[in-house]
Design a protein around this ligand. Structure first.
Ligand code: MF3
Ligand code: CO
Length: 263
């Protein structure tokens, strides 16, 4: 049992959630800028600098920089890298599958979101992997309603991913979020319906499926951070910070009224 598993799940007030949405909107703007900047020839370090600069222009701070010793602002994971890739002088190539995972702090509130895009034109497999992972996140979010169980969320993600012939990473999971980047509960991307904690209005979860085109196994590189698929297959990652309200899930890392793409 780790610390998060023993911790109680904090319920946020509507006012807290409004502040988290402000953090989420800053994050969304930064991610939009990053997505627009991904192109063959760009280095991952340039994207990291862009993220940090835009975040500070918008009055917030990067959330990952220095977290558990993480050495950059952005996590950028390319092709067979799953998550926690460290920005470097690596130059993006046409067809690269580029995972952008970013977090900000605004007024003491955290927001966390990730998207995966292709630099230039991608393969049909990459397109299918991205659509499946995006669709899995949408299904996990839709399951996050008051009275549902955490296992319902994981099941919705897993069923979609495996139905598309891909696999869900188990070594990393989503998390509660609020005053800290990682709060209780753990939010696995697999599970059985009707099991796990009961979801209540006021909970805020970072739901973040990581999906491999091949097997689910991952390994961590010698840099101590980068997680990569063991079989070298492509991997994708999408994440939103989601508040559970009486009216259902509200995505805090999208502008109000912006719908999730239907996949
Ligand atoms: N979204 C990732 C997570 O929730 C990013 C945090 S990584 C770190 O784990 F760099 F901040 F450590
Ligand atoms: Co996260």
């Amino acid at each position: 049992m780790d610390a998060l598993s023993r911790e109680r799940i904090t319920l946020r007030t509507p006012d807290d959630i409004a502040r988290m949405r402000e953090a989420g909107l800053v994050l969304w703007q930064v991610l939009e800028g990053l997505v627009g900047a991904v192109a063959p020839g760009v280095t991952t370090l340039e994207l990291d600098r862009l993220a940090a600069r835009r975040t500070r222009e918008l009055g917030a701070e990067p959330a990952f920089l220095g977290y558990c010793g993480y050495p950059a602002s952005l996590c950028i994971s390319v092709n067979d890298e799953v998550i926690h890739g460290i920005p470097s002088r690596r130059v993006l190539q046409a067809g690269d599958v580029v995972g952008l995972d970013y977090g900000v702090i605004l007024g003491g509130w955290f927001a966390d979101s990730a998207r995966t895009v292709v630099a230039g034109k991608g393969s049909p497999l990459a397109a299918r992997l991205l659509a499946t992972t995006r669709g899995a996140l949408a299904r996990g979010i839709a399951a996050a309603r008051p009275g549902a169980r955490l296992g319902d969320v994981g099941f919705a993600v897993q069923e979609h991913v495996e139905g598309c012939g891909f696999s869900v990473v188990r070594d990393f999971v989503g998390h509660g979020i609020g005053r800290r980047l990682h709060e209780a509960p753990h939010v696995p991307n697999y599970g059985r319906p009707g099991t796990g904690a009961t979801l209540r209005a006021g909970m805020v979860l970072a739901i973040e499926p990581m999906v491999n085109a091949g097997l689910c196994d991952v390994e961590t590189l010698d840099d101590g951070w980068t997680a990569r698929t063991l079989d070298g297959s492509l991997s994708a990652h999408f994440e939103h910070t989601v508040a559970i309200t009486e009216n259902g899930p509200e995505i805090l890392t999208l502008p109000p009224g912006e719908a999730l793409p239907a996949d």
